[in-house]
Design a protein around this ligand. Structure first.
Ligand code: ZN
Ligand code: ZN
Length: 347
């Protein structure tokens, strides 16, 4: 806050509210001052906030719009220079708060102050993410026994989701991707009624949300025995992924890790078939900020958790992606997801 020349910060992004206070409900705002945290909730959440947020002053409001309640709190706290999250607040909410607040309060735009803190995880956060990864790993193992040729992609996705929850996830991290055959050429295909055919590949991208943190894993398997091309493409992607993971170290910029995988894929002749970035930060959000891409100048730090997910996508043929979650440490990359990466033949 001092670096941004503000003495107080209004936080309206719910992921940031959770990070600062521990509040897990779906509506709240926080004002951070030099003296403390003030959590503003409506009566639906008062008991929950008091139970979850022992280090915050919980303030209940009712009968007025949130913007009026925020302005009242600001008028009480009377900051000189108030930062607000410019990427999170709508113009109309900003105007409503501004017009109801004392004119002596100077409103300053800030961007990514809390997100910056969220990049490096505490040991307690890492332990939760590790557990979310273990649930995803266990889910993949269980799926291998249950997925069979003739199922539809939607049936597979439902199986993924119920297995995640059965094995301890609070919910899915995001809408599960199950794409088979030529449909897997689209990196983020949503599941359809299309049926798993023998000889096709199946790409599964899913994750467990556990105590508000996420895991995110992709595995690509063969329905039946892989042919030569499937094997060859799979090996290129796997090699690119392993090389990129090995390159991860504190002090390195995100683009360099991306280039490690991208250069390998290009050297094998598939440079035009890997269109997306190599990976993203992972945490309270699945896409918890930038991390590894051609344009990323994020410098890796010990305690960051990133995904590494190169892929090769060929229109009319299909696609292969392999994704793991990796903790950056001073003693090298620690892979948090450990589901097998051998090219499996199932069904
Ligand atoms: Zn994923
Ligand atoms: Zn991902």
């Amino acid at each position: 806050m001092a670096d941004s020349s503000v003495d107080s910060l209004l936080v309206t992004d719910l992921s940031n509210v959770f990070y600062l206070t521990g509040f897990t409900g779906s509506a709240a705002s926080v004002v951070v001052t030099q003296g403390g945290l003030y959590l503003l909730v409506d009566p639906r959440y008062t008991m929950q906030a008091r139970a979850e947020c022992a280090s915050s002053s919980v303030i209940e409001y009712s009968g007025v719009p949130t913007s009026a309640a925020i302005a009242d709190l600001l008028n009480d706290l009377n900051p000189k220079r108030l930062g607000f999250e410019a990427d999170q607040m709508s113009v109309s909410v900003y105007r409503a708060i501004r017009s109801a607040s004392k004119s002596s309060i100077s409103f300053r735009t800030t961007r990514g102050l809390v997100e910056r803190l969220r990049r490096v995880k505490y040991p307690g956060e890492i332990a939760i993410i590790q557990k979310a990864c273990e649930i995803a790993d266990d889910t993949f193992s269980a799926l291998l026994e249950e997925i069979s040729i003739g199922m539809t992609e939607k049936e597979v996705a439902l199986l993924v989701d119920t297995t995640l929850r059965r094995l301890g996830a609070d919910k899915e991290s995001f809408d599960t991707i199950a794409a088979s055959g030529p449909r897997a050429a689209s990196p983020h295909a949503s599941p359809t009624d299309s049926v798993l055919e023998p000889g096709a590949m199946l790409k599964l991208d899913f994750g467990a949300r556990y105590r508000r943190y996420n895991s995110d894993i992709t595995r690509t398997v063969c329905l039946g025995a892989p042919d030569k091309k499937q094997q060859q493409i799979y090996e290129i992607v796997l090699e690119a992924q392993i090389k990129a993971i090995e390159a991860i170290a504190p002090g390195k910029p995100g683009w360099e890790i991306d280039a490690t995988a991208r250069d390998h894929i290009a050297s094998e002749g598939y440079g035009d078939n890997f269109g997306h970035g190599l990976g993203h930060a992972l945490g309270i959000l699945v896409h918890d900020g930038p991390a590894l891409s051609q344009t990323s100048d994020v410098v890796l730090e010990s305690g960051m958790v990133v995904t590494v997910e190169p892929g090769i996508y060929i229109e009319g043929w299909g696609g292969v992606r392999i994704e793991d979650d990796v903790l950056v440490t001073d003693s090298g990359p620690k892979i948090l997801t450990s589901a097998t990466k051998e090219l499996l033949s199932i069904g």
